[in-house]
Design a protein. Sequence first.
Length: 139
Amino acid sequence: MMSRFCRYVEKVFDFGLRIAQLKDPRRRPRIPLGAIWGSVFFLFVLRQRSLNAMEGHLRQPCRMEKLIGQKKPSADRLGQVMSLIDPDQLRALLSGINHQLGRNKRLKNGWPLRIGALDGHEFFSLTEALLSGMLLAED
């Protein structure tokens, strides 16, 4: 099932090409950025609750080696490298995927912006001061 999903993602979104365009400031990385980003992507796809839970899946022999490679990152390394990636790169990647979804007529609305929500992972928290300019939903 996972290989079928990966073929679909590659066919529709050119996922490998998009991931290859990501850069990070590490000089001589032992683990490629694609393996790190792919591990975090599959954290969401597999609905894992934490980086440590994802590391457990990565450590199983012959699991995800075709997708991530032979050198699999630890949970600590996943967090460290993801914090180094420029957010504008990730926005561009997600924007390209969003644009492709619109072209494929998967998201049907005439609005120029689309919002996707991922539940269960909180990488940062917003303080009340940062939220002061946002509109609140009314009951």
